[in-house]
Design a protein around this ligand. Structure first.
Ligand code: NAD
Length: 524
């Protein structure tokens, strides 16, 4: 059964319980899902109770015992099938993504579906190598040997936001499964239907039904998941909630990955290709209606190119068509998924204008029943304005004029966040040099956003933007326990440092230590 185009209230509760495969006790309260571009009701899902969450974790744990014991090659082969099933239903998935999150069709395909399909195929191919035992050459104890091996953690709890309701959680789900874990996903209360559809496709891909569960609910359901005996937590969301998740995990000594907010700066150097920089910044600021943790959230343009850059970005912004992508219209910028986020964006723009910023284009909520904010460009911004310091998470590009690249880098680093950053210059070597000076998990030179679509590169922030990495070999191995085995290479009756302690042994060890460590380091 697929999610019908518009569901009557009540029908989704049945779908939710079937999809989660957890006994369907009536839940306290319900959560509605709406189309943010029209306000139309899409359906309702249960606000699941702690008891239901615990049952989901227990069911996943039972299934994981058998799954985790299978060779990684077999797990990878079976999970790879998910990409095929996703492609069979690609139109339906895009349709629901557009209706539930307000994004455009191209964004639903390019930034969500393809990202998941490629991630699945990439890890299906490379996980066996990444999770193969890894020898550690021993420095001193040459008669022994060591290696690392990677063991599934058990049940991974995934708590997700609403801005990429397919790509973020389902990418993490697929990596967790290939690593040998069971998974319980708590999607955002703003976009629960996509997660339920994604799980239906999982069942259709002939994967063990109990191994992956979805529990729907608000923050309390996420908190209940951390309290339900999970072995690892992958949280993506705001810094404020990330602190609560870290505290709850810390209390229970559950290891975790936190993917939190961003405030990506774009540094535009005097020698930048301005046409490319302007298009990249416009797309990086407005794609997904600015609701990307890696969005261009502030621009530092060197004085020599500031005016020419602004003129080009404003021209790009004026040409954008904004509207309801679910109507079938060709639009560039869609609706904003969450009504409260529109209010945050409006507050930040109004605050900047009151503090002296200049409005070049946009600046207002869109008309009509949906949740829209016009693509907005602000100039004359200063570092002390909230719009330059707080996460906007909407289609707004604030621009500040700076004297030179040094000032730009200093201001780029003057933030509590450090997820992504961007540098624009024609001098690639200088671009790399500047990139290495910027405090961010990833810095791209002459491009924006795109590395989220590269499952082989690490994704994650420094400073308050998060802890740990998703994607890449680092993210995959974090979903496993790294264990160490040390064994003998040659049979020996005893080690010299065992009992009984003898003066002769001490003298021999001392001579050896002086010989080995007494030399200058480079003579060794
Ligand atoms: P949020 O923090 O409000 O919610 C995220 C999830 O946490 C939701 O599922 C919510 O129900 C749940 N939650 C709320 N309270 C909880 C609690 N006490 N315990 C456990 N779970 C709880 O974030 P949001 O508004 O959904 O998402 C937007 C934020 O996510 C932005 O700050 C954005 O930058 C960030 N984000 C980061 C990345 C990244 O990769 N670093 C990616 C996407 C979004």
């Amino acid at each position: 059964m697929r999610v019908p185009p518009t569901m009557a209230a009540g029908t989704v509760a049945r779908m939710g319980s079937a999809a989660t495969n957890v006994s369907a006790k009536p839940a306290d309260g319900k959560i509605t899902s709406i189309n943010p571009a029209t306000g139309a009701l899409l359906g309702e899902v249960p606000d699941q109770t702690p008891a239901e969450v615990r049952a989901a974790v227990e069911a996943a744990r039972q299934a994981q015992r058998e799954w985790g014991a299978r060779p990684v090659e077999e797990r990878a082969r079976r999970v790879a099938r998910y990409a095929e099933v996703l492609m069979v239903h690609v139109e339906e998935v895009i349709d629901l993504l557009v209706r539930e999150s307000g994004k455009t069709r191209l964004e639903a395909l390019g930034m969500e579906v393809i990202v998941v399909a490629d991630l699945v195929r990439y890890f299906a191919k490379h996980a066996p190598r990444m999770l193969a035992p890894e020898p550690i050459p021993l420095h001193l104890l040459k008669h022994r040997a060591s290696y690392l091996h990677f063991v599934p953690r058990g049940v991974v709890g995934i708590i997700a936001p609403w801005n990429f309701p397919l790509a973020i959680p389902i990418g993490e789900v697929m990596m967790s499964l290939i690593a040998g874990n069971g998974v319980v996903l708590k999607p955002s209360e703003v976009t629960p239907l996509i997660a339920l559809l994604a799980r239906e496709l999982y069942v259709e891909a002939d994967l063990p039904p109990d191994l992956f569960q979805v529990v729907t609910g608000r923050g309390a359901t996420g908190a209940a998941l951390i309290d339900a005996g999970i072995d690892y937590c992958v949280f993506t969301g705001s810094v404020a909630t990330g602190r609560k998740v870290a505290a709850a995990c810390g209390e229970r000594l559950i290891p975790y990955t936190l993917e939190l907010g961003g405030k990506a700066p774009a540094v535009v150097c005097a020698d930048a290709d301005l046409d490319r920089a302007a298009q990249a910044i416009a797309w990086g600021g407005f794609a997904n209606a600015g609701q990307v943790c890696a969005s261009v959230e502030r621009v530092y343009a060197v004085d020599a190119v500031h005016d020419a850059l602004v003129e080009r970005i404003v021209r790009c912004a004026r040409e954008l068509r904004q509207g309801d992508a679910s109507s079938g219209a060709e639009v560039d910028v869609g609706a904003m998924a969450w009504d409260q986020q529109v209010a945050t964006v409006e507050r930040l723009v109004d605050g900047a204008l009151a503090a002296g910023a200049k409005l070049e284009v946009g600046g207002k909520r869109g008309s009509g029943p949906g949740q829209f904010f016009q693509p907005t460009v602000l100039t004359g911004c200063r570092q002390d304005m909230d719009v330059m310091r707080k996460e906007i998470f909407g289609p707004v590009i604030p621009i500040m004029r700076v004297a030179d690249e040094d000032e730009a880098v200093r201001l780029a680093n003057d933030s509590h966040l450090g997820l992504l950053a961007y540098v624009f210059t024609r001098d690639r070597e200088r671009g790399k040099w500047l990139a290495e000076r910027i405090e961010a998990g990833t810095v791209m030179v002459n491009d924006v956003l795109a590395t989220y679509a590269c499952p082989e590169t690490p994704w994650g922030g420094v400073k308050r933007s998060g802890i740990g990495r998703t994607h890449s070999i680092l993210g995959l191995r974090d979903l496993c326990e790294t264990r160490h085995v040390n064994h003998d290479r040659i049979a020996m009756p005893r080690e010299v440092w065992w009992y009984p302690y003898r003066l002769g042994t001490f003298r021999a060890l001392l001579r050896g230590a002086k010989l080995m460590f007494g030399k200058r380091f480079w003579q060794c």
